[in-house]
Design a protein around this ligand. Structure first.
Ligand code: AHM
Ligand code: MG
Length: 336
């Protein structure tokens, strides 16, 4: 950790100073997300205990209703974003439609919309593995009145900011506002996210591949050949690569971001568009990866160039270190 303590709020205020027209509204929005993440952290840390005292739908020892964590995370984020007054609409993986914020600041309408997966990888909660919150921020397109779904269905290349929070052995928030990637670790003793990983870069020549190999039989030939290549013994080229797969996108992506690697959720026969959602999961991770020097595609097109047509649209997804992404592309071009 750096010697001078820099909190998330201080950091974003400093960064916004570089933009002379900045009114501090993005700063406020990001700090609302940071505050929600602290509240979600508190609940995630209690999850095991809550389970002992009563699962979803039952009441805990204080007589309060116990909520599923993903529902709780969704409600918490929506509440912070609504109260903050800087967000005109929220698209959440948990909700069928967008949530339009009606009573944001009356004197000037909010400029931003937020898309999010409030608690990704929730099947990992029961086994105490890392889970996360993923978010993107866009400038709204509609200038007046209520925000609408077109404000949210923008290409990833239009993202103003993106980030994720990983609830791991520490809670960490990783953020880009289009000017590199920075990581902030929550210091529980002071309740602040502190800059711990400045200017994160993804090494070009990663050595980790992350994919659910249960689906190998139904991947297309290019993906299969690439996986074979990752496992092939070639000592001079540093292969075989290590296989690492948690099944929690934030945790898998975070490891590969810090260590170098490739994560894939390709199309399968059962799920021709893959499993992951363009708006909530792939675009934010793609923005972070590119800002750290990595890349993200659906196999043919850069993820951030895809125009979403539906909120919950899925896309095949590959993200990672530059050279590994090149190798994947070479195999896809040769084998389809
Ligand atoms: P979720 O949004 O229902 O939590 O599902 C998304 C998760 C990702 O975190 C992870 O990358 C993927 O599902 C794992 O899927 P699988 O179990 O098919 O490998
Ligand atoms: Mg998810």
């Amino acid at each position: 950790m750096s010697h001078r303590l820099v909190t998330l709020n201080q950091f974003i205020v400093e960064q916004q100073k570089d933009f002379p027209c900045s009114e501090g509204r993005l700063t406020r929005l990001l700090s609302d997300i940071g505050a929600a993440a602290k509240v979600i952290t508190r609940e995630v840390r209690k999850a095991g205990l809550v389970d002992i005292l009563g699962a979803d739908g039952s009441t805990n020892i204080q007589g309060e209703e116990v909520q599923k964590l993903d529902v709780y995370a969704n409600k918490t984020l929506i509440s912070f974003l609504k109260n903050g007054g800087e967000c005109a609409a929220i698209a959440s993986e948990e909700d069928d439609d967008i949530v339009v914020v009606e009573n944001a600041y009356e004197y000037t309408s909010p400029k931003y919309v937020v898309t999010m997966d409030p608690l990704d990888g929730s099947s990992n909660i029961d086994v105490n593995a890392s889970i996360g919150t993923i978010f993107s921020i866009y400038s709204r397109i509609s200038r007046q009145g209520k925000a609408n779904v077109d404000d949210v269905l923008q290409k990833g290349s239009e993202q103003v900011a993106a980030g994720y929070v990983i609830y791991g052995s520490s809670t960490m928030l990783v953020l880009t506002t289009g000017n590199g990637v920075n990581g902030f670790t929550l210091d529980p003793s002071i309740g602040e996210f502190c800059l711990s990983h400045p200017d994160i870069k993804m090494r070009a020549d990663g050595k980790i591949f992350s994919v659910n190999e249960q689906n190998y039989h139904s991947f297309n030939p290019g993906v299969k050949k690439f996986i074979d290549y990752c496992k092939e013994v070639d000592e001079t080229a540093g292969r075989p690569y290590s296989a690492r797969y948690i099944g929690s996108l934030v945790a898998d992506f975070h490891r590969n971001l810090l260590k170098g690697g490739i994560f894939m959720y390709p199309s399968t026969q059962k799920a021709p568009s893959g499993k992951l959602r363009l708006v909530y999961e792939c675009n934010p991770m793609a923005f972070i990866a590119e800002q750290a020097g990595g890349r993200a595609t659906n196999g043919t097109v850069r993820i951030m160039d895809i125009k979403p047509t539906e909120l919950h649209q899925r896309v095949p997804f590959a993200v990672g270190s530059e050279n590994m992404m090149d190798q994947l592309q070479t195999h896809l071009s040769a084998w389809g």
